[in-house]
Design a protein around this ligand. Structure first.
Ligand code: ACO
Length: 377
């Protein structure tokens, strides 16, 4: 019997701190007027020192699981799409797995720039359709504020922090992820790059002095590439799903620049009200942009049961990706805040205890092995 991958839970988390264009204009030579007219961005969220890609991922994942009504022990796959992982290793996905107590899950990070969330959705849906996995958590999360040069007006005005997550579940009922595609063109890799911190250029005094630990971007070239692939990918994935453009209720594009979204709308011959836009409040949150927009589209009832939505993104790599989803999930019934908090404490406290016990056990085990070895000598 055919299997289908349905989105049954969704959640998002953004830092509280809002940085407006006016605030940016106080320390870099720019203006609210320039940023709004050239990008559509009015403000963005910036993580506090206590927040990181993992904390935002965990908060978004907890919300998505609460909406799905699925306990973490039932999750068997966790993917975190990010270009700003907590560490190079261990993966952010493993930190999420541990915090949630998802003891039956495999977990790994995925790096595909701003297309990363759709890459993750594509892979998780394929695993569910193949029957190897039943419940997958796909997260897009970033703290781009940590790799942005706040002195570089060409980039610092564009990016923001945040996370979004969905729970995908296998079902015999047709619907869910109807089609998806992922593509790459590595020849454009240097157009959007974080030069230092990898094996090519490890972090060093010289690398930091040259600013190689910050995002570098050829904005104009990325813009040209983006306007080309947004239309192409949208048409391709709709055809793959056996649908026509008019069968699609909502397009959820990567939120990088309002002018890129407007160009895609024009090329597709669609009015802007068929596109979901929240770039004004978050800027470009890279891999988090689509799942955050998806959550807000559901909250604002722009996406309702039975609707078909296209998600489409482009990003560093270069990469691009698109997916068509038939929204089948019933709208989440919001629980009172106190009940929600109580539920989370009872659910995730055992996970924290489990994690601590595992760490303690590992230490004891190492200690016993040392003693036994010494006795054997
Ligand atoms: N404030 C004021 N002036 C600025 C600013 C700023 N923040 N930034 C650039 N300028 C100046 C430039 O220096 C330039 O001045 P010059 O003509 O004297 O050299 C002028 O404005 C015009 O610059 P352009 O680069 O032509 O501006 P453009 O209209 O192309 O907009 C932008 C620049 C917003 C970066 C645009 O090219 C863009 O959005 N590109 C796509 C970027 C993108 O989507 N990146 C994310 C990819 S996804 C991922 O994986 C992370």
């Amino acid at each position: 019997m055919a299997r289908y991958a349905h989105i049954v839970g969704w959640g998002m988390a953004v830092p509280q701190r809002v940085v407006t264009n006016h605030e940016l204009a106080q320390f870099v030579e720019t203006s609210d007027e320039w940023i709004v007219t050239r990008t559509g961005i009015r403000e963005r969220r910036v993580a506090s020192p206590q927040e990181s890609t993992a904390t935002l991922s965990i908060a978004a994942a907890e919300e998505a699981l609460a909406v799905a009504g699925i306990p973490p022990r039932d999750v068997d796959l966790i993917l975190v799409a990010t270009v700003t992982p907590e560490y190079l290793f261990p993966s952010t996905a493993c930190l999420v797995q541990d915090a949630l107590g998802a003891t039956k899950a495999g977990a790994f990070d995925l790096l595909a720039g701003c297309s990363g969330f759709i890459y993750g959705l594509h892979l998780a849906a394929a695993a569910i359709r193949a029957g190897t996995h039943q419940v997958a958590l796909v997260i897009g999360a970033e703290t781009l504020s940590r790799i942005v040069n706040w002195q570089d007006r060409n980039t610092c005005v564009l990016f923001g922090d945040g996370a979004g997550a969905v729970v995908l579940q296998g079902s015999d009922t047709p619907g869910g992820v109807l089609a998806s595609m992922i593509r790459a063109d590595g020849s454009g890799g240097e157009l959007l790059i974080l030069p230092a911190g990898g094996s090519r250029l490890p972090i060093s005094e010289a690398a930091v002095r040259d600013g190689c630990h910050f995002i570098r971007m050829n904005g104009r070239e990325v813009f040209r590439f983006a306007t080309r692939v947004m239309e192409k990918a949208t048409r391709e994935v709709i055809a793959q799903a056996g649908l026509r453009l008019e069968d699609v209720d909502l397009i959820i594009p990567h939120q990088a620049n309002i002018r890129i979204i407007e160009a895609a709308a024009k090329a597709l011959g669609l009015p802007m009200d068929r596109f979901f836009v929240n770039i004004d409040r978050y800027g470009n949150t890279s891999a988090a942009s689509i799942p955050i927009a998806l959550c807000e589209a559901v909250q604002q009832r722009r996406l309702n049961p039975g609707d078909r939505a296209v998600m489409v993104a482009f990003g560093a790599g270069l990469t691009w990706a698109a997916a068509v989803v038939e929204w089948g999930a019933p709208r989440a019934r919001p629980r009172p805040l106190w009940l929600e908090r109580l539920a989370r404490i009872t659910l995730y406290l055992p996970a924290q205890l489990h994690s601590r016990l595992m760490r303690l056990w590992r230490r004891l085990d190492a200690w016993f092995s040392r003693i036994l070895r010494q006795e054997g000598e």
